[in-house]
Design a protein around this ligand. Structure first.
Ligand SMILES: [Zn+2]
Length: 377
């Protein structure tokens, strides 16, 4: 067992509905670098939870052999509030049912006024400046009001993540290849990380302005200060989101493989002693262009392409069959690719409604026409 498995009580909306957040800690508190990894912020996305469960086992073993030099915090199931919401046996873990709020949107703004609040106290030593900013971030998080169960849960997670050098948020898609998302500023580091973990591709964060996802909450303060003060305040937090495949990707062997990948990267950045093996960038796709295809009709969904297949403009990706069409020779409605790309994500259910998302293509060049959406975990 790890040296510390902390149980945090979270208030429920009504008496007797308290919930618990389990936080696993490895290494000495305050040791650097500090890594924070969580899964299940969208509580119906189980793939990452399985991976972090396996990662905890690996970390317990390396801690046992005295190899942990930094501090590593793991929250394998970051959303007890969401995982306990269900409708007709299906977990409703993306939105809080009480408020309708997405669990991975509208995280607290730690940026506004931050530069002004530290400006006069910044010195020449960048390390001291980082400490100063972290103290200021701590103060801001301490001032947040737990005005609802959801906010109390957010504060509990933020208190453990805000001062980490590395923040990792694991999600999964409906049915997808595993991929990592990163902002442009962190692209080169993300390539090393993605290669270590062994995901299929690296994709940009997309235009999430205003969405304010979990990872952005902790990276944005540093990006804003670096813009204002240059090298005096380095980017002291690198935050990334992974989509670890789809909701059916709960497989112990696959999870162990990915957990080994995360462990490899934690070794690479010095959280664990020993040299990480040379990274293998082989096979990692870097995608910059996307096409999201929605269904033009309701009906039964038949795929003509598999995940990982490459398609060209005009190729048929899926057919929609209307089982009630009076003419029994009616041709199915087709969904065609608008760009050259790889099928990286698709709808799991084989029933689809008019307007529902069906397939995401990822490639290198945007379609001449058609819809291109931003990616958001
Ligand atoms: Zn998600």
């Amino acid at each position: 067992m790890p040296s510390a498995a902390e149980t945090i009580s979270l208030p429920g909306a009504m008496p007797g509905t308290q919930r618990q957040l389990r936080v696993f800690s490895f290494g000495d508190p305050g040791a650097r670098p500090k890594a924070y990894l969580q899964a299940g912020l969208h509580a119906d996305e189980p793939a990452g939870m399985m991976i972090l469960r396996e990662l905890c086992k690996l970390l317990a073993a390396v801690e046992e052999s005295g190899e942990i030099t930094g501090e590593i915090i793991v929250v394998p199931m970051a959303n007890p509030l969401g995982v306990d919401q269900a409708l007709n046996s299906a977990i409703m873990g993306r939105f809080e049912l009480r408020s309708g709020a997405n669990f991975n949107r509208a995280w607290p703004d730690l940026v506004s006024g931050l530069a002004d609040s530290v400006r006069k106290r910044l010195g020449k030593d960048s390390g001291e400046n980082v400490d100063l900013v972290r103290r200021e971030l701590k103060r801001r998080i301490a001032a947040l009001q737990p005005e609802s169960p959801m906010m109390a849960q957010r504060i509990a997670l933020a208190r453990r993540a805000y001062d980490a050098d590395l923040v990792v948020d694991l999600h999964c898609d409906d049915e997808a290849l595993p991929y990592m998302m990163a902002p442009d500023e962190l692209w080169d580091e993300a390539k090393r990380f993605a290669a270590d973990v062994g995901v299929h591709s690296l994709q940009p964060n997309g235009d999430s302005s205003g969405a304010h996802c979990f990872d952005e909450c902790f990276a944005e303060p540093w990006q804003a200060l670096a813009k204002e003060f240059g090298a005096r305040v380095p980017l002291a937090c690198q935050a990334f989101t992974f989509e670890m495949g789809g909701v059916l990707d709960v497989d112990p062997k696959q999870a162990q493989r990915f957990a080994q990948g995360f462990l490899r990267y934690l070794r690479r950045i010095g959280c664990i002693e020993g040299a990480a093996p040379r990274h293998r960038a082989n096979g990692l796709n870097e995608f910059r262009a996307f096409e999201m295809l929605d269904s033009p009709a309701g009906g039964l969904l038949l795929y003509r392409q598999k995940l990982g297949d490459w398609v060209s403009p005009g190729d048929v990706l899926a057919e929609i069959v209307d089982p009630t069409a009076p003419d029994l020779d009616t041709e199915p409605t087709v969904i065609k690719a608008g760009m050259k790309g790889c099928v990286v994500s698709r709808r799991l259910s084989r029933q689809v409604a008019f307007g529902d998302f069906v397939v995401m293509l990822a490639g290198h060049k945007r379609p001449a026409s058609g819809k291109s959406k931003s990616l958001l975990a």
